[in-house]
Design a protein around this ligand. Structure first.
Ligand code: UDP
Length: 483
């Protein structure tokens, strides 16, 4: 009787949030398509309706991946208003562990490896129990990974200088991190729970058999070298680091009727490279005052734009998908300046809540991206050769901004904050012109730089490229069950 070899089976765990889920699905897909692995993806959600609203996203992955939604985790009794998002995610993931363990017990064959994102390292205990290899997939960049690994070992002088004297933070072997570009953690020095949670994640990930990072050698050579150098960050963690990026959801072909939306139809009518795409990620929004200034900044710049808008929420960077808003006669949502839609009809399109971002960025009419600089949005911009205007809101987006502006030169900063923490309309107008205006030297250089990075990404992902090679090495480990 012919013996059919058992396929290698691996499991991946995605924490809540599109920014974590999309790269995890992409990583799983690579293993399924390039290495013919059986891939199970566990998705942690906090409520059934959010999970349902994400369903269209899964349709393109369904045939290749075994996607398992864990029952929604309810930690509402334990979450307080002042609790940082990181701490909330840690709590949610901790409460998802018992059911994850049960689900893994039922998987046949037992996976040889478990890959988790930044918030899933608690699951390493389960991987150890079942004799699985354990990997952490950092869906952000290598510099953020370096900070995460360094944080639990951070020298107090360095820490206090950074926080209280606003001095740059020196992560061994990496570029200095300016205070204003730092992660939320350092802006809330009194939040001990947040610090403990972040430190624990850094220590946990140093126990992994490997760390995959959504970056590539050409993008962050200095940081990747520091991570591997036994005299620098390699001293704190000897875990092999595998840059496998950029892993992003590719755009569907522009002619595909399924992905057509009003935004794409509108873009078809615009000149090549003329449109600024404005979006703040899967949930980000601005305050009411800031939305008004941005609207005026766009209008003053006289550039074409597609703007994904969400209602403002005071004191929070997260939008609400459930708020019902009124519109004035011309269709302007009530939180934008009166008559905005009719005044900008010739040059702009306002899209409420959500746009097919990868398809928009791949459209030939798009020539710039004003973004909160989430890492997925950043990679999508690079892979489509679109220079950026950075408007970081929270998490590690300030670090991403520093990478894109100071390290790589493919972006400009929008946020020179004015009175009341609001970026003024003239500042916004100038930033937009700097990138979109054909006569502007800055925009020309940023465009050339981003095209160079796009090319380097394609090379890294192609057969023989550095990211392709990293993924092959990890796949080999998963096949043999050892590193
Ligand atoms: N996204 C989208 N349409 C939108 C807003 C966001 O398709 O209107 C997608 C975007 O393409 C990206 C993800 O949602 O893949 C957002 O991830 P990112 O890391 O940029 O930011 P986050 O939402 O995690 O802050």
């Amino acid at each position: 009787m012919e013996v059919v070899p058992t396929k290698t089976h691996i499991a991946l765990l995605a924490s809540p949030g599109m920014g974590h889920l999309i790269p995890v699905l992409e990583l799983g897909q690579r293993f399924a398509v390039h290495h013919r692995f059986l891939v199970t993806i566990f998705v942690v959600t906090t409520n059934a309706s959010t999970a349902k609203s994400q369903l269209p996203l899964y349709s393109s992955y369904r045939d290749l991946l075994n996607i398992v939604f864990l029952p929604p985790v309810d930690v509402s009794d334990l979450v307080t208003d002042s609790m940082a998002i990181v701490s909330q995610l840690v709590l949610i993931m901790r409460h998802a562990m018992p059911i994850l363990r049960t689900e893994i017990t039922e998987l046949k064959p037992c996976p040889s490896a478990l890959m988790v994102d930044l918030f899933g390292t608690e699951a390493f205990k389960i991987a150890e129990e079942f004799g699985m290899l354990k990997y952490m997939f950092d869906t952000g960049n290598a510099w953020f990974l370096a900070l995460s690994l360094y944080y639990p070992h951070q020298d107090e002088t360095n820490k206090h200088g950074h926080v209280y004297l606003h001095k740059p933070l020196n992560i061994p072997g990496c570029a200095p991190l300016e205070y204003e570009d730092t992660v939320d953690l350092y802006f809330q020095p009194e939040d001990r729970a947040l610090q403990d949670d972040f430190a624990k994640m850094g220590l946990d990930m140093a126990r992994a058999d490997g760390i995959l990072v959504n970056s590539w050698e050409y993008l962050e050579p200095k940081t990747l070298k520091a991570l591997r150098d036994p005299n620098l960050l390699g001293r704190l963690s000897s875990v092999p680091v595998h840059p496998v990026g950029p892993l992003i959801r590719p755009a569907k072909p522009v002619k595909d009727p399924v992905s057509r939306s009003a935004a794409l139809d509108w873009l078809d009518l615009q000149p090549a490279g003329s449109v600024l795409y404005v979006s703040f990620g899967s949930g980000g929004t601005l305050t009411a005052d800031q939305l008004t200034e941005l609207a005026w900044g766009l209008e003053l710049s006289q550039q074409r734009f597609v703007w994904v808008v969400r209602p403002p929420i005071e004191g929070s960077a997260f939008g609400s998908f459930f708020r019902q808003d009124k519109r004035t006669e011309d269709g302007t949502p009530d939180y934008l300046p009166d008559g905005f839609v009719s005044r900008t009809r010739e040059v702009g399109l306002v899209v409420e809540m959500w746009a097919p971002q990868t398809e928009v960025l791949a459209h030939q009419s798009v020539g710039g991206f004003l973004s909160h600089c989430g890492w997925n949005s950043t990679l999508e911009s690079i892979i489509n050769g679109v220079p950026m205007i950075c408007w970081p809101l929270y998490a590690e987006q300030g670090m991403n901004t520093a990478v894109l502006t100071d390290h790589l030169g493919m972006a400009t900063r929008a946020r020179e904050v004015g009175p009341g923490g609001v970026v003024g309309r003239e500042v916004i107008e100038k930033a937009i012109r700097r990138v979109m205006d054909e006569d502007e030297e800055h925009g020309r250089l940023a465009r050339a730089k981003v095209l160079d990075l796009k090319h380097s990404a394609e090379v890294a992902l192609a057969k023989g490229g550095s990211s392709h090679g990293s993924l092959e090495r990890v796949a080999k480990e998963c096949k043999t069950g050892r590193t």
